[in-house]
Design a protein around this ligand. Structure first.
Ligand code: GLN
Length: 285
């Protein structure tokens, strides 16, 4: 890397570390790539960074130090192999959700032309990854928030995913019992968790994508109900949840007509999502 960029990155990283951010080096590198428009190879071989780029970069570093998520500053987030556009009003997809998508993708890959529904779709990360990785999957993404739905449409416009702006509770009445997989990363943080969240979580993601009533379980309960309505017998539900909600969600699944409930861990070893299969002949049917 050129001396210019090495020094620039070192100073910026120190500033971000001082602001208490968790990945100062990676953030600084991403923001320099964004400010310069250069590829990493170009950055390595450039002898001098233009003053205009330095100025733009320093502004971005100041914004990042003030807690604005790096993805809002670059306008993009990567999720598995897909690039999403993100900004104010939509939840920035997180790495742990890549495994949630992975469970739906693995199931879809085993089936022939499966019908998959994503609930609480937000930026559309899970749906975009599904159609990217599973040929033949028909995917419908549901989002009720109009601002998030705009990002969703933008991210999925060049894919075959159908976007439906609706409340999941009564969405897709024509597809009762016909869906192979229902997947969701619903809001699941209890409102009490809002206090003390890092600024780039609490302050920039829309609250309705993060928090839910009933100790964070209210939206998960609706997801389970909707999954029971939409899934065909043996259809799979995949739901992300908080790391202390595994037993409660497994219990809800069991009560709600699902068998083979399993709680899966994320890469940090924390309980992060459940899967379950819709029972046929459940007493509540
Ligand atoms: N995972 C979120 C977070 O990192 C919490 C809410 C959600 O994903 N549904 O803050």
């Amino acid at each position: 890397m050129s001396r210019g960029s090495v020094r620039l990155l070192a100073e910026a990283s120190a500033k971000l570390a001082e602001a208490g951010l968790e990945s100062p080096q990676a953030d600084a590198r991403l923001l320099l790539l964004h400010a310069s428009g250069l590829s990493i190879t170009e950055l390595l071989t450039t002898s001098r960074i233009d003053a205009r780029i330095v100025e733009k970069f320093n502004e971005l570093i100041d914004q990042r130090a003030a807690g604005i998520p790096v993805q809002h500053l670059t306008g993009e987030a990567w999720f598995r192999n897909v690039r999403l556009e993100v900004g104010p009003g939509v939840f920035v997809p997180r790495p742990e959700t890549e495994l949630v998508a992975g469970a739906a993708i693995a199931e879809a890959g085993r089936l022939t032309d499966p019908l998959v529904v994503e609930l609480c779709a937000g930026s559309g990360a899970i749906s975009a990854a599904l159609v990217d990785e599973v040929a033949g999957a028909r995917v419908i993404a549901i989002e009720k928030d109009p601002v998030a739905a705009r990002w969703l449409r933008r991210n999925l416009r060049s894919t075959a995913v159908e976007v439906v702006e609706a409340d999941m509770a009564d969405a897709l009445p024509d597809l009762t019992g016909q869906v192979a997989i229902v997947v969701a990363n619903p809001p699941y943080l209890p409102w009490s968790a809002g206090i003390g969240l890092p600024a780039d979580v609490g302050g920039h993601d829309p609250a309705q994508a993060l928090f839910a009533d009933d100790h964070g379980l209210a939206a998960i309960r609706v997801v389970i109900e909707v999954a029971r309505r939409l899934l065909s017998p043996d259809g799979l539900v995949v739901i992300e949840h908080g790391d202390d909600q595994g037993p409660a969600v497994l219990d809800e699944l069991k009560q709600g007509g699902f068998r083979e409930g399993v709680c899966h861990h994320d890469l940090a070893g924390r309980p992060r999502f459940v899967t379950g299969r819709r029972m046929s002949g459940w007493s509540g049917d």
